[in-house]
Design a protein around this ligand. Structure first.
Ligand SMILES: [Zn+2]
Length: 311
């Protein structure tokens, strides 16, 4: 959506609220008390009422906006900013754009939207041929480790480990100048260590339908052949990474560049949420202008799905 059409479609709070309700109606409202899905809309109260047990549900409750006191328009503008470019925005920058006094509620809003993106992507598992590698992202040293003596150089930074997987099919006869592999879905997951156990758990969970995998010859990967039928493991010289694992390599360097450009310091515990945003947008790179609507839809249906999934 262009900025011009965004502004004319959502000029005020009411227009955002109307759109939100339209999407919420489509996604369906589930009664928290009896799980009923039939509701009346009480327009005077701006609440749903369960046809079975009369329990009221506010427009926001059960969605990502649950308990948020911020205007709908803030959420809409933020969703617009997050989906309108490949770049990202820090909560600080969004706070500035919205002209809001307090940082904390804005931070929570942005964080919840990123979480929504991550939750949405959890619905997909990787299939077919995949590339697998690990990346090391600079993050802040956690407070409890700060009293330890600092290392030389970038002493306040540590490297967080991230497992990166991308669907990557071989292109039969690539056109000149085109890549020999075609990328599908991408996954990035922050992990505590590179033990075989951790890697196995992660790969099994995120790449359930993979049939072939390319990796370097790291000992962390030696058990992968037990659950992915074809494992191509090889020594990869540094200058060949882009050839053998082209897409994970591109994804890692793009994600790193984006994080560097957007944030001053990244706390390790929030790295996953930034990567979720990166992957969400990467995985929807052909959605174009509909990305805003997709995120809006995910935001109204998020809690319901969460409940169905986890009871
Ligand atoms: Zn009910």
């Amino acid at each position: 959506m262009s900025l011009i059409s965004f502004i004319s479609e959502f000029p005020d709070e009411q227009s955002c609220k109307n759109k939100f309700k339209e999407y919420r109606d489509q996604a369906g409202v589930v009664c928290a008390k009896c799980n009923g899905t039939q509701h009346y809309w009480k327009s005077d109260k701006e609440q749903y009422e369960c046809k079975k047990c009369k329990t009221r549900t506010t427009l926001k409750s059960g969605t990502v906006l649950h308990k948020s006191k911020l205007p709908y328009r803030y959420w809409f503008i933020t969703m617009y900013l997050l989906t309108s470019t490949k770049k990202s925005f820090s909560a600080k920058e969004i706070q500035r754009q919205l002209g809001h006094k307090r940082y904390a509620p804005i931070w929570h809003m942005v964080h919840k939207l990123r979480k929504t993106m991550g939750t949405r992507d959890e619905e997909y598992v990787l299939a077919g041929r995949i590339e697998l590698d690990e990346g090391y992202f600079s993050t802040e040293i956690p407070a409890e480790e700060k009293d330890k003596p600092l290392k030389r150089g970038r002493g306040s930074q540590k490297k967080s480990k991230v497992i990166v997987m991308a669907e990557s099919e071989v292109v039969e006869s690539p056109k000149p100048g085109k890549k020999p592999r075609r990328v599908g879905y991408l996954k990035m997951k922050v992990i505590d260590d590179l033990t075989r156990e951790t890697i196995n758990k992660c790969v099994k969970e995120l790449a359930t339908d993979a049939t072939e995998v390319d990796t370097d010859d790291s000992t962390s990967y030696t058990e992968i052949k037990n659950y992915i039928p074809n494992h191509n493991s090889q020594v990869i010289p540094k200058d060949k990474v882009g050839e053998i694992l082209p897409w994970v390599h591109i994804a890692i360097s793009n994600a790193k560049r984006q994080l560097l450009n957007t944030y001053h310091d990244i706390k390790p515990e929030y790295l996953q949420s930034y990567l979720d945003e990166f992957c969400y947008k990467f995985n929807r790179r052909y959605f174009g202008e509909s990305l805003f609507n997709r995120l809006l839809f995910a935001s109204v249906s998020y809690k319901n799905e969460f409940r169905y999934k986890y009871g």
